[in-house]
Design a binder for this molecule. Structure first.
Ligand SMILES: *Cc1c(COP(=O)(O)O)cnc(C)c1O
Length: 364
C-alpha cells in the first residue's frame, strides 16, 4: 500500500488520560480538569431540553444544511445564511478549507506556536508549511506578509491565539488585510471570540464585506460549552463558501449538535455571565502571577499561559498529584510554561494556592 508519504511525519492525535484513569492511578477521589479550555460552567440550561426532544428523532438523518441553526446564527451574527459553513467542530472547517485550497504546489503561512491543526492538515494535503515565530506572544504580521509569494494559498491568524491568549488589534488586522494579495485566503480562527473584552479587538464580521479573501472560524466548543457535540462554523462571503462547500460531507454535523448549538445561540445571557466570571478568574491568576513574579501573557481567552521558569512537566505532575489536570507547555512550544484553563472561582483559588505552595517550596 502506498500511503501518502507526508503522513510519515505525522503522529496520530494522542488522547490524554481520562479523568477516571487518572483518579484510579493516583488514588484521588476528586479531579478537576483545566486542560482543554472547556467551559467550567457547562452550557446553557436551554440546551438540555432541546436535546431531549431531539432524541426521539434518532433514526432520521440530520438536516445536512443545518437550516434551523443556520437561520438562528445568521440572524444573531447579522450575516446572510449563505455566508455560513458548519463543521464537526471548527477543526473540521479547518480541514475543509485545507482540502479545498491546498496541494503539493502550494504553501501556507502560520505563526508558531499556534493551534496545531492548521499545520497538521496542510501537511496531509502536501502543501509547504511556512511558520513565523511569535514575538512576545504576538503574531509578527509583517514577517508573515514577507513570506507570501505567488503560491501562497492560505495565511492563518489565530486571535486570541492558542496557547498564548494574545490577540491582533483592529489597526494591525486591517493593515495586514490591506496588504495580503486577493489571491491568498486569510483564515482568522476566533475560537475564543466570545470571551474577548479588549476594546480594540476588531469587529471582524464587518471586514468580510471589504475582504472576499477572509474566512472567520468560530466554535460552540469553548464559551458555549458544547465541546462534546462537535460543532463549529466558518463565515465568509457567499461565493467563497459556495466554492468550498463541495468538500463538506453531506451530513457532517449531527442533529443533537445542531439543536444544542441553536439553543446555545438563543441564550446570550449565559454567555455574558460566563464571560464576566472568566474575566474575574483571569484577574485571580494575574494577581497570583504578579505576587509570585511569574511571567504570563495577558489573555483574551479562557486560559492563561504562565511561565514557571522550570521544566513544565514537573509542575504539571505536581498539580496532577493534587487532583488538577492542566496542559504542560512542553508539547505547545513553551517548555517552561503551563496553560491553565480558567475555572470556577474556588477552583482557581485552590490551584493558585497549590502553585503558591509549590513556588515557595522551590525557593527554599
Ligand atoms: C479549541 C480550538 C479549536 C477547535 O475547536 P473545535 O472543538 O474543533 O470547534 C480551533 N481553534 C482553536 C484556536 C482552538 O483553541
Amino acid at each position: 500500500m502506498d500511503i501518502k508519504k507526508q503522513l510519515l511525519s505525522l503522529t496520530p492525535y494522542q488522547p490524554g488520560k481520562t479523568m477516571e484513569e487518572v483518579k484510579r492511578e493516583l488514588g484521588l477521589d476528586k479531579i478537576i480538569k483545566l486542560a482543554s479550555n472547556e467551559n467550567p460552567f457547562g452550557c446553557s440550561k436551554n440546551v438540555t431540553n432541546a436535546i431531549l426532544l431531539q432524541m426521539e428523532k434518532a433514526a432520521a438523518y440530520p438536516d445536512g444544511y443545518a437550516r434551523q441553526l443556520r437561520t438562528t446564527l445568521a440572524s444573531h451574527l447579522d450575516v446572510s445564511e449563505q455566508q455560513l459553513i458548519f463543521g464537526n467542530g471548527s477543526d473540521e472547517v479547518i480541514q475543509i478549507v485545507c482540502r479545498a485550497l491546498l496541494d503539493s504546489g502550494k504553501n501556507t503561512i502560520m505563526a508558531t506556536p499556534t493551534f496545531p491543526q492548521y499545520k497538521h492538515n496542510a501537511i496531509i494535503e502536501g502543501a509547504e508549511v511556512r511558520e513565523v515565530p511569535l514575538k512576545d506572544g504576538y503574531h509578527q504580521l509583517q514577517q508573515m506578509l514577507d513570506q507570501i509569494d505567488g503560491n501562497t494559498a492560505i495565511v492563518w491568524l489565530c486571535s486570541p491565539n492558542n496557547p498564548t491568549g494574545t490577540y491582533i488589534n483592529e489597526l494591525k488586522l486591517s493593515d495586514f488585510l490591506q496588504k495580503v494579495p486577493a489571491t491568498c485566503l486569510v483564515v482568522l480562527d476566533e475560537a475564543y471570540y466570545e470571551y474577548v473584552t479588549a476594546e480594540d479587538y476588531p469587529d471582524t464580521l464587518k471586514l468580510l464585506d471589504s475582504y472576499p479573501n477572509l474566512l472567520i472560524t468560530r466554535t460552540f466548543s469553548k464559551a458555549y460549552g458544547l465541546a462534546s457535540f462537535r460543532i463549529g462554523y466558518g463565515v465568509a462571503n457567499e461565493e467563497l463558501i459556495n466554492r468550498i462547500e463541495p468538500v463538506r460531507e453531506p451530513f457532517n454535523t449531527n442533529s443533537i449538535a445542531q439543536v444544542a448549538a441553536t439553543a446555545g445561540v438563543l441564550d446570550q445571557e449565559f454567555i455574558k455571565e460566563c464571560v464576566q466570571k472568566n474575566k474575574e478568574g483571569l484577574d485571580q491568576f494575574y494577581s497570583f502571577c504578579q505576587e509570585m513574579n511569574l511571567a504570563y501573557y495577558p489573555s483574551e481567552g479562557n486560559f492563561i499561559l504562565i511561565d514557571f521558569k522550570t521544566d513544565a512537566d514537573i509542575v504539571f505532575h505536581y498539580l496532577l498529584t493534587k487532583g488538577y489536570i492542566v496542559r504542560s507547555g512542553k508539547a505547545l512550544g513553551f517548555p517552561t510554561s503551563l496553560r491553565i484553563t480558567i475555572g470556577k472561582q474556588d477552583q482557581n483559588e485552590e490551584i493558585i494556592s497549590l502553585l503558591k505552595e509549590y513556588q515557595l517550596k522551590q525557593a527554599m
